[in-house]
Ligand binder design. Structure first.
Ligand code: BGC
Length: 810
């Protein structure tokens, strides 16, 4: 133990308090032992440090900080070096603000396009997600600040996120939902890790023996700290026992006393508690070594420099989806009509805990005068929130007449991309679709510029000549977009996810979101392109796709062991970058495999006519699958083809090599699991799913005849025995629906709606004890008088505990 001397002097309750946090975003300090407090702060694409009242949902204003493009955007750059540089800036700003731990990056797999938080995550592919996350982490941590990748693991749904159980087979878990974290931990060397709210196969992730003890610590040799998501702790005692350190936000003295009681009762050994304290102290001391920190603002010399990097990051992430008749780049002096509210008030980030208060916010209209174009008009075009306003369309139709080219700025409204809620569908607001249709029926030269952190259906795709996707470009995105539109920058971004034609095409369409107790991952490994490619489903735009103003030729692929080389030549008329992607096509005979799996990528910058040789080393896992029978990563014997291409669907070079398998034990009974071998996975029957899982499918239905329990959600009060509880449910539902109609997410209501009863105690800093919540539950379950009398007792008992808090204030 590194901190033995201090730990020896600390009392049991002090040690417990250290593991329970001090307030919403700080760890507990003990001046008498020289233990400082750490400040943790959101979020992935910029700092969200609050000076006044702090909350974990981004409700109250935070100090101004640079708002970089969100993870889903930067992922389109496929540029590890850029991600690392953004990470460095985040680290610098954290230092200036006195933040020790940045709660990000978020790297959950984008399992389904409707997840409200997809904009915060990198990709549908674990390799791309893990590599980019590792780069961010390296950047952040190079500045003496810790990164905290999140949310570990299988957290791809927002609905009832704090109680939902992800039911998933071990192979899918390892290959898809953990491989990204494995890369982030091993290559990024993250010092913190945030567990997710949900359960995985029955257990909460923060107290998950398999995820924590077996995989994180034993296999990956993790040496950092594990923190709960905010209010996500179920049993802190179990968490600490199995490797979690910190419960956040603080649960006050009542929370700490749970640990004390567990030690006194022999449920938790003091040795283990000491070990967690030691591990946490080690990182606390390491991170607080440099105390030259400020609190009030980021440094003046950071503001402009970071704005410029935010712009560069945005520029590198823009994806050109369609460019018929070379409508882009726009020629100098061309007459353009600008249509769309987003051009005036940009959609540049999502809602929730990641929301940053930007140091500056550029809009298309505010930067337009820097470009040599003749803007003939601006028309708002549509109302935010989807309300139909025909006069806006009429005005736009009139205005576009005088222009050579119409630029329509469209995409998803704020309500669609928020923490705590799924999108209801994959369409853009109807009023925006109608606007695009009407304008493109009238004008032949239309370019749609999209802003949305996740895919949308595009029924209007064939009616317009150009489509440029900005995703959510951050505070400096407008200039970056204009640079791409006029050709100051040659677009090079490629999609980090597939764009299905219709939502109905997505592999998890029938399983997502899990509506009651569980979320069944029946589609297994077939997430995103792994499905579309294997099952031959046409998409609007494939994974890894993105056009350029120039063209590239690939040649001379050679593979030797795990090393491959090939050449790329810029054969067009612009300088620009290409993102080359390497996929594996494995034999898939006895072990079903996706037709293509991303195993490497490289972004390369080439001037006109230039050719470069690319050399890549494949990772040790490149050819492997996870064998659930041997519990190991294995190779199947047979021909493995390495494919090099410009997207998953545009393969330019290939070479095959015969590999000898590493095991003769195959994990599957082909007969029973035919659907997985043919990727026919949209309606997986119980027998095949059960075979895949290797255990019985858990019951996913709520039993409304049973009383509600601590881990049931507030929204389940719709079947509560007490009429009062049902009434409260109705009010909450009304407030939720009202905010949805208004087009502005009410994060508080969403949080409460999806939160389990236990979280009332976990989120109140000790003001409400678990016993008080249990008493409320008794009332909810129809025993009002019993409940109220117990609540009364529990309230006074908790008051007594709270009075003692002052004793430990030092
Ligand atoms: C989110 C986390 C975030 C935390 C603190 C939670 O609701 O899920 O991603 O870091 O709040 O704000």
């Amino acid at each position: 133990m590194k901190n033995k001397q201090i730990i020896k002097r600390m009392t049991l309750i002090e040690k417990a308090l250290l593991l329970s946090g001090k307030d919403t975003f700080h760890t507990t300090d003990f001046k008498k032992y020289g233990i400082p407090s750490l400040c943790l702060s959101d979020g992935p694409h910029g700092l969200r440090k609050q000076l006044g009242a702090s909350d974990h949902l981004g409700l109250n204003e935070s100090i101004k900080a640079t708002c970089f493009p969100t993870a889903a955007t930067i992922a389109n750059s496929w540029d590890d070096a850029l991600a690392e540089r953004v990470g460095e800036c985040l680290g610098e700003e954290a230092k200036s603000l006195g933040v020790h731990v940045i709660l990000g990056p978020g790297l959950n797999i984008k399992r389904n396009p409707l997840c409200g938080r997809n904009f915060e995550y990198f990709s549908e592919d674990p390799y791309l997600s893990g590599k980019l996350a590792a780069a961010f982490i390296r950047g952040i941590q190079s500045k003496g600040v810790a990164a905290c990748p999140k949310h570990y693991a299988v957290n791809s749904q927002e609905l009832r996120r704090m109680s939902n159980d992800s039911v998933i087979d071990e192979r899918t878990l390892r290959e898809i939902y953990l491989y990204n974290f494995e890369l982030a931990i091993k290559e990024g060397k993250a010092k913190f890790l945030m567990t997710s709210y949900n359960r995985v196969n029955g257990d909460y992730t923060n107290e998950h023996e398999h995820l924590l003890t077996n995989i994180l610590y034993d296999e990956w040799q993790y040496e950092g700290v594990v923190v709960t998501d905010w209010g996500g702790s179920n049993s802190h005692v179990e968490g600490v026992r199995l490797g979690s350190h910190l419960e956040m936000p603080s649960t006050g003295l009542p929370g700490a006393l749970e640990l004390v009681e567990a030690v006194n009762n022999g449920v938790l050994s003091e040795e283990i508690l000491d070990q967690r304290v030691d591990e946490l102290l080690t990182i606390i001391f390491e991170l607080s070594e440099d105390n030259s920190q400020r609190e009030a603002s980021i440094l003046p010399n950071q503001v402009d420099r970071h704005h410029e990097l935010a712009k560069e990051a945005a520029r590198e992430s823009i994806v050109l989806l369609k460019n018929d008749h070379q409508i882009l780049p726009l020629k100098p002096k061309v007459k353009i009509a600008v249509v769309g509210d987003f051009a005036k008030t940009p959609r540049y980030q999502g809602a929730g805990s990641s929301a940053v208060n930007p140091t500056q916010l550029d809009s298309i209209l505010s930067v337009m005068n820097h470009y040599d174009l003749e803007m003939t008009s601006f028309s708002k075009g549509y109302e935010r929130g989807g309300k139909v306003n025909p006069s806006l369309v009429e005005e736009a139709l009139k205005n576009v007449e005088a222009a050579d080219v119409v630029l329509i700025f469209a995409g998803l409204d704020e309500i669609s991309e928020t923490e705590g809620a799924e999108r209801g569908h994959m369409k853009m607001p109807r009023c925006q679709e109608a606007l695009i249709n009407e304008i493109s029926a009238k004008h032949a030269r239309v370019v749609v510029v999209l802003s949305s952190g996740s895919p949308v259906e595009m029924p209007w795709k064939d009616h317009v000549q150009g489509i440029v996707h900005g995703y959510l470009l951050g505070q400096a995105g407008a200039g970056a977009m204009m640079d791409a539109l006029v050709g100051n920058h040659c677009p090079s971004g490629k999609l980090n996810e597939s764009y299905p034609v219709n939502y109905g095409d997505t592999p998890s369409v029938n399983y997502y979101p899990g509506l009651e107790k569980t979320s069944e991952y029946r589609e297994g490994i077939y997430v995103g392109y792994r499905y579309y490619e294997t099952a031959n489903i046409p998409v609007n735009f494939p994974f890894g796709y993105g056009l350029s103003y120039t063209t590239f030729e690939y040649s001379d692929l050679e593979v030797k062991d795990n090393n491959l080389t090939f050449k790329i030549k810029n054969t067009g008329n612009y300088d620009g970058a290409e993102i080359a992607q390497v996929y594996l096509s494995a034999p898939g005979k006895e072990v079903f495999r996706a037709k293509k799996e991303l195993i490497a990528y490289e972004k390369v910058w080439l001037s006109k006519g230039e050719e470069k040789q690319i050399t890549l080393t494949l990772s040790e896992k490149a050819f492997k699958y996870f064998n659930t029978k041997t519990n190991d990563w294995e190779i199947e014997s047979g021909s493995h083809t390495i494919l090099v291409g410009a997207s998953v669907a545009d393969i330019r070079l290939r070479v095959s090599k015969e590999l000898l398998g590493t095991t003769s034990i195959t994990p599957y009974d082909k007969e029973k699991m035919q659907c997985y071998f043919s990727a026919d996975i949209k309606e997986v029957q119980d027998q095949a799913y059960q075979e895949l899982l290797g255990f019985e499918i858990p019951n996913s239905k709520w039993d409304s005849s049973k009383p509600l329990e601590l881990n049931d959600t507030i929204s389940q009060m719709y079947y509560a025995k007490s009429w009062l509880a049902r009434f409260v449910y109705k009010i909450l539902t009304y407030l939720k629906n009202r905010s949805e109609k208004k087009g502005k997410p009410d994060l508080n209501i969403l949080y409460i709606y999806n939160m389990p009863f236990r979280a009332i105690a976990k989120m109140m800093g000790g003001a409400v004890s678990m016993e008080m919540v249990e008493s409320v539950l008794i009332m909810v379950n129809g025993h009002f008088f019993r409940g109220i009398s117990r609540l009364n007792k529990a309230f006074w008992a908790n008051r007594k505990v709270l009075k003692r808090e002052k004793e430990y204030a030092e």
